[in-house]
Design a protein around this ligand. Structure first.
Ligand code: HEM
Length: 206
């Protein structure tokens, strides 16, 4: 249990914080995310049903926002491996006993793999599957077992945050070393949406 809690404890809040940061800086993405989630909230209010797994699966733009946040944010910047025997990869020899650091940031922000890599662009995820160019959760035998939970928790957070609150983010910058964090801890002024606007939402589904 401890093994699951320690890696899961910090990474998901960082993912949520970065999503709020990128969305604050990209009003078009925020607007589309809000529309998608407001539509779902309206439907659920009309039907009087709680959120379900299929609702989660239907939030396609929200998924893209999370993928793009993972790509740009690089919450885990890379992973280390030790060669247990001589290994040859694409003509390069990694001798037995050597340690290798695979640096995810260099792949996720490589302009040969992603157009305008420093631009937050959730729409890019419509175009192609990123495959081995996208490894925020690692890969192979040590693939993060919390990857679906991390995405689910972040989706639930974003759904409630954008449908029930408005916010204004203060200026802040992302620090990438030694761990990813916000320099000023990302101060935001949050205001709950009024009861009236939420009531209008449920009485006027269009
Ligand atoms: C944004 C969220 C997360 C990111 C970016 C992330 C990333 C990663 C990465 C890259 C690895 C591979 C480490 C390696 O290969 O050496 C890993 C491993 C691991 N993660 Fe996550 N993780 C996240 C959330 C979580 C959550 C929510 C949990 C648990 C509830 C979790 C549990 C673990 C565990 C137990 C391992 C070790 C797996 C092993 O060594 O076999 N992670 N994670």
């Amino acid at each position: 249990m401890i093994d699951l809690m320690i890696p899961g404890e910090d990474s998901v809040p960082v993912l949520m914080t970065l999503a709020v940061k990128y969305l604050s800086d990209c009003p078009r993405a925020l607007h589309q995310l809000m529309e998608e989630n407001m539509n779902l909230k309206r439907q659920k209010a009309v039907l009087g049903e709680p959120l379900s797994w299929s609702d989660y699966m239907s939030l396609s733009f929200t998924k893209k926002v999370i993928s793009e946040t993972l790509r740009m944010g690089n919450i885990i910047i890379g992973v280390m491996r030790k060669a247990m025997r001589d290994v040859e990869i694409k003509g390069y020899l990694i001798p037995k006993g050597w340690c290798v650091f695979t640096y995810f940031r260099s792949v996720h922000l490589d302009d040969n793999r992603y157009e305008w890599p420093y631009q937050f662009c959730p729409w890019r995820w419509q175009e192609k599957e990123m495959g081995s160019n996208f490894t925020p959760f690692g890969g192979g035998q040590r693939l993060c077992p919390g990857l679906d939970l991390a995405r689910l928790e972040t989706t639930i957070f974003l759904h409630h945050f954008v449908t029930q609150f408005r916010w204004v983010a203060e200026e802040d910058i992302i620090v990438n070393f030694p761990t990813v964090r916000m320099k000023r801890r990302m101060p935001v002024r949050v205001k709950r949406r009024s009861e009236r606007s939420l009531a209008q939402l449920s009485s006027n589904p269009t």
